[in-house]
Design a protein around this ligand. Sequence first.
Ligand code: TYM
Length: 343
Amino acid sequence: MTEHATAQPAGARPRVLSGIQPTADSFHLGNYLGALRNWVAMQDDYETFYTIVDLHAITVPQDPAVLRANTRVSFAQTIAAGVDPQRSAVFVQSHVPEHAQLGWVLMCLTGFGEASRMTQFKDKAGKQGTSAASVGLFTYPILQAADILLYQAAEVPVGEDQRQHLELTRDLAQRFNSRFSETFVVPKAHVLKGAAKVLDFADPTAKMSKSSPGGCIFLLEEPKRISKKIKSAVTDSEAAIRFDPENQPGVSNLLEVLSALSGTPVPELVAGYEGVLYGTLKGDVADAVVALAEPFAARTQELLDDPAELDRIMASGAQRAREVAARTLADVYEAIGFVPPAR
Ligand code: TYM
């Protein structure tokens, strides 16, 4: 790696890349606890690249005006969550054409069977039927690998549901390095211990997801609605607050969320709730989530109210990202034997 143009200089901070889809008009609590809060924390020790993955968003049917609006809202929310555009390159994926270009190269290195084993494709295609699903939805994890490898990222902060895509990314990086030349850093998933999989409040056997809005806490939702959803969270009839994800998934989910938001370890919370009814725990979770969501929504709105400034931040993020992405792509093209264009 060291002799290669894409290698970072000795002593440089390792790189991080992560992405989020602009497929809703608000991020949800799972996005925040599973990924975003970690994006913020990693800015201190890493050189960080964060992207709103609009190319991924078109793998399912979408409306152009809605996509445009959701991309801006997602970008604003990323900054409102604490990602600092001075310290991190924050950008929109389609502003950096190298993602699609490297994606194609990696598709040509991926086996059809290998891509077929991705469980998220099966889940997402399942809803619309495999034959109705787009080829883009099928190759989506390979584009995700390109997102990561373009930046030579060592760590990728994500929720639990992204692990399999990270394994594919590692396999593709190693395959490219051994088949051609040492070009890519082989990245690792950086999954937090608590709240890496926030569960649906209405159905604690499922992951919280925007596709089930009833049990999903959207951070830009009215505080009253947030509270109401949390206070009616499905629990169980045990009537004892214990951390037992197997038998008491609803209560355990509430405890994990509260622990992640308050910084109090789960066992300490459990000890404090001895002999207390579920309603008290739910009320505390609701207060903690609203305390996060209210200033977050206000900051997001402030950013959206100044579209020229948002455009400027987008442009400067894309420029920083392209500097790195273009270098990696040039190395990749050389390694696979493309004739460089004459200058
Ligand atoms: P997306 O947009 O579905 O989710 C963004 C991030 O939120 C995390 N997440 C959760 N974490 C905990 N509990 C939940 N219920 C929950 N739901 C979502 C996800 O793990 C993710 O970290 N394929 C990615 C986007 C992507 C990407 C990338 C990520 C594209 N390229 C490169 C990392 C690196 C996705 O669909 O995330």
